[in-house]
Design a protein around this ligand. Structure first.
Ligand code: IPM
Ligand code: MN
Length: 338
């Protein structure tokens, strides 16, 4: 995150970026018993944007860290779009044989406030042999409709192709509602070619035929899983970025790398900062600072295509700090619009 802040501050021209650091997370939990203060959401509400690091610690159960911080922010600010670009940059060697930058260039639109992440359910007969756990998926017509509409609009601005991912063969209520609503919304977008694809087949196709995808829309859990595949086919988990948005306005967006807190490499100074920097570019774009966003993306593209300053996840041996320096030097390279 400090690298992202430095790069964003360097590219900010003609406007000011004012960062306020909120030290919430696992350390805060150990000190206070909470992941964030009781009035945290009110505090966040006063900002234009939230630039989010990563959360999770081996000593605290993941559902505590996540339901104490990240997921309430996504839900409270009704950030129903989680936008996750998947793009293989020139110069990056992805793991897929025979697939280059011309094959891997898509945007995943993850429904981000309901579905399998609604947080509805409960447990009964705790610790007894007949204990039961219910985790209820909640799909609403309005929730599916708004994410579908957003995805069609995005597809129209891109290559005009939308893949809608479900598992409506096995789950005949929620995903069939999804399919029906997508088909209804599709009528308003005759210029967009829609493909319905089951999530298992989609997972395979991400690997075998990534060129098939332009915009991909899926439920919260399915897109969570697919975008980890997306992250690695674009070269590394450390590159992937995401934007949590409420496109209807009125709430701050939240911008974060897709990767987690990576306890295996934490503190070693070798984490790839590019996912966080890219998330920063998505934030600049959302703030209306497109030119600065393009400069950040230009810097990322330049560092990746030079291939000289890469962290170990991309096959290099550079430190986070070296990559930061390379990015800061490269912000003067030509801008890139994704
Ligand atoms: C992500 C993460 C989160 C998610 C976890 C940490 C709850 O995996 O942003 O993809 O599943 O949404
Ligand atoms: Mn995930």
């Amino acid at each position: 995150m400090p690298v992202g802040v430095r790069v964003l501050e360097t590219t900010a021209e003609g406007f000011e970026l004012d960062f306020v650091e909120l030290p919430w997370g696992s350390e805060f939990y150990r000190e206070t018993g909470r992941m964030m203060p009781a009035d945290a959401l009110e505090t966040l509400r006063t900002f234009d944007s939230i630039y989010f690091g990563a959360v999770g610690s081996p000593e605290i159960p993941d559902h505590v860290t996540l339901w104490g911080l990240l997921l309430p922010i996504r839900q409270h600010f009704d950030q129903y779009v989680n936008l996750r670009p998947v793009k293989l940059f020139p110069g990056v060697r992805g793991p897929l044989a025979g697939k280059g930058p011309e094959h891997i260039d898509m945007v995943c639109v993850r429904e981000n406030t309901e579905g399998e992440y609604s947080g509805v359910g409960g447990r009964a007969h705790q610790a007894l042999p007949h204990e039961v756990a219910l985790q209820v998926d909640v799909f609403t017509r309005s929730g599916v409709e708004r994410i579908a509409r957003y995805s069609f609009e995005l597809a129209r601005r891109r290559r005009g192709r939308l893949a809608s991912v479900t598992k409506s063969n096995a789950s005949p209520y929620s995903y069939v509602l999804w399919d029906e609503v997508v088909a209804e919304v599709a009528r308003g977008y005759p210029d967009v070619e829609v493909e319905r694809i089951l999530v298992d087949a989609a997972a395979a196709a991400f690997v075998t035929q990534p060129e098939r995808f332009d915009v991909v829309v899926a439920s919260n859990l399915f897109a969570d899983i697919l975008t980890d595949i997306g992250a690695v086919i674009q070269g590394s988990m450390g590159l992937a970025a995401s934007a949590n948005l409420n496109p209807d306005g009125g709430y701050p967006g939240m911008f974060e790398p897709v990767h987690g807190s990576a306890p295996d490499i934490a503190g070693k100074g070798v984490a790839n900062p590019i996912g966080a920097v890219w998330a920063g570019a998505l934030m600049l774009e959302d703030l209306g600072e497109q030119a600065a966003a393009d400069r950040v993306m230009g810097a990322i593209a330049a560092v990746l295509s030079a291939g000289e300053t890469l962290t170990p996840d991309l096959g290099g041996s550079s430190t986070t700090e070296r990559v930061a320096e390379a990015l800061l030097e490269a912000v003067h390279e030509p801008a890139v619009r994704l």
